[in-house]
Design a protein around this ligand. Structure first.
Ligand SMILES: *[C@@H]1O[C@H](CO)[C@@H](O)[C@H](O)[C@H]1NC(C)=O
Ligand SMILES: *[C@@H]1O[C@H](CO)[C@@H](O)[C@H](O)[C@H]1NC(C)=O
Ligand SMILES: *[C@@H]1O[C@H](CO)[C@@H](O)[C@H](O)[C@H]1NC(C)=O
Length: 460
């Protein structure tokens, strides 16, 4: 944090992008994993314990932009010559060297032929995470095939991420493992895909649209838009969306390594980047996060699997040593909500940016974000001798102390997910009022209370 502040000062003094000592590193959901990760190898195994099982859920690694973003980026690339011509004509406020870098810059054709595909960087991210797990827990790689289970969602970027992970986990060992076949409908790691209530009310719902529109109307977004227009000095009027497309061009082209620079980032000051970073936070909060109870409920599905996996090991019904899933930021963010973490006291709104917010996609929705749960067996036998550690991006979390939750504490937190279902996804499902804070209706509230009382009487 101190380093970030220090860098910020250096950046603003210099003014030019090319000479900034350490350019801004947080780019919401396109932040490289290297920028935000910890290192699982640096955290001690609880005293007198040994890891017996690991469960992970991973976002795919660095990927190329999808179809619509690629198209939007290319539209901005068409402005390159106009930006340079404006500079040559004495308009605009860019630094000479930043213009030179832009002059030299070319579109990368890989983006056209492999849209949404995992990149080489993405492969390395997953390979390296698994390698660090192997280095920390080498004894967990001394099992046989049935001790391991891996499954990706039905996409190239997650399937290849799973391959990278298995490669990193088994490199130099005698194991030859393969991920399970992806499922067309995966109710564990992509339950939102076939959830009508999610697709209609949340992903394509009005609230999400309204919040993004409110964000675009904020004084600070409008100020960024005007500043970029001035800085580039072009006569083509940049729309609200154009400014964000320039940001996409900036952040995708710099995401292949932690310190790579994209000349397109020179269109922005560091403060501009801070403002632009917020859009994904608002968008994801309402699309995948606490903005809807549907998201919170959808996050339960993988946690049910986590609980069942560890319970089976503790009850000696399974010898699973590593179970890993490969999915999307949407899923990871829903899981964070089900666990109740990164939850701000007040909801994130498009109209106001809380600089101290906990919900920050640069940290919770970066490429390759992950949850690693480690089941440790400690000393004596019996369930109470187990301790569970939980890491997010290879750092400890408030969910369990570094020395691990006791098995009882883990049960208290995670056993409730065992009874989770996806019934609420159906449009016929009656939503319990306590869950739907947004559309509270007085009379419905009383109806439900009456129903609860009747059920209680019936039970007697
Ligand atoms: C082109 O893009 C790919 C990612 O799609 C990246 O790995 C590669 O390094 C890029 N090439 C150049 C020359 O920057
Ligand atoms: C792999 O198997 C061979 C033969 O059984 C053994 O000598 C070697 O130590 C094993 N290597 C590892 C890394 O376990
Ligand atoms: C667990 O199962 C294994 C093999 O099925 C058996 O050898 C072992 O004694 C069992 N341990 C306990 C504590 O039940």
């Amino acid at each position: 944090m101190l380093l970030l502040l220090f860098c910020a000062v250096l950046f603003s003094v210099e003014g030019c992008y090319w000479s900034a000592q350490c350019p801004y590193g947080l780019y919401s959901s396109k932040t490289p994993y290297e920028t935000v990760r910890g290192d699982i190898r640096d955290y001690a195994v609880p005293q007198n314990c040994q890891a017996v099982s690991i469960w992970t859920i991973n976002r795919h690694g660095n990927r190329n932009p999808g179809n619509s973003v690629t198209t939007a980026m290319k539209a901005m690339v068409n402005l390159k010559n106009e930006i340079i011509a404006s500079y040559d004509a004495g308009r605009g406020q860019m630094c000479a060297q930043d213009i030179d870098e832009l002059r030299r810059w070319n579109w990368n054709d890989t983006m056209d032929v492999s849209q949404s595909f995992l990149t080489g960087t993405g492969y390395e991210e997953l390979y390296d995470i698994a390698k660090r797990i192997r280095q920390k827990y080498p004894h967990l790689l001394e099992g046989s095939d049935q001790d391991y289970y891996f499954r990706p969602t039905n996409e190239q970027r997650t399937i290849t991420s799973a391959m990278a992970f298995v490669h990193g986990l088994t490199d130099g060992t005698n194991l030859t493992l393969q991920a399970d076949k992806e499922r067309k409908k995966d109710e564990v790691i992509r339950p939102y895909e076939n959830c009508d209530r999610y697709q209609e009310d949340v992903k394509n719902g009005q609230a999400l649209e309204d919040e993004i529109a409110a964000y675009h109307r904020t004084a600070e977004y409008v100020a960024v838009q005007n500043a970029v227009q001035q800085r580039l000095g072009i006569t083509t009027q940049l729309s609200t969306e154009d400014v964000y497309s320039l940001y996409e061009l900036c952040r995708f082209y710099r995401s292949w390594t932690e310190n790579l620079r994209s000349p397109w980032c020179a269109a922005f000051t560091e403060q501009d980047l801070v403002v632009l970073e917020y859009r994904d936070d608002v968008r994801h909060y309402h699309r995948n996060g606490y903005g809807s109870w549907v998201n919170v409920n959808l996050g339960a599905a993988p946690l049910r699997d986590l609980y069942k996996t560890f319970e089976a090991v503790v009850e000696n019904q399974s010898s699973r040593k590593v179970v890993s899933y490969f999915t999307h930021d949407t899923m990871l963010e829903m899981v964070f909500c089900a666990m109740g973490i990164f939850k701000d006291a007040t909801p994130l709104r498009g109209a106001t940016r809380d600089v101290n917010r906990l919900w920050r996609t640069s940290y919770i929705g970066a490429f390759s974000v992950n949850i690693i749960a480690v089941l440790n067996r400690c000393g004596a036998t019996g369930p109470q001798s187990y301790r569970v550690q939980i890491f997010i991006n290879e750092k400890p979390t408030e969910l369990c102390p570094l020395e691990g939750c006791s098995w009882q504490e883990f049960m208290n937190k995670f056993q409730p997910f065992l009874t989770s279902t996806l019934d609420f996804c159906s449009r016929d499902y009656r939503v319990p009022v306590a869950d739907s804070a947004g559309d509270f209706k007085g009379y419905l509230h009383w109806l439900v209370i009456l129903q609860i009382i009747l059920i209680q009487i019936w039970r007697l």
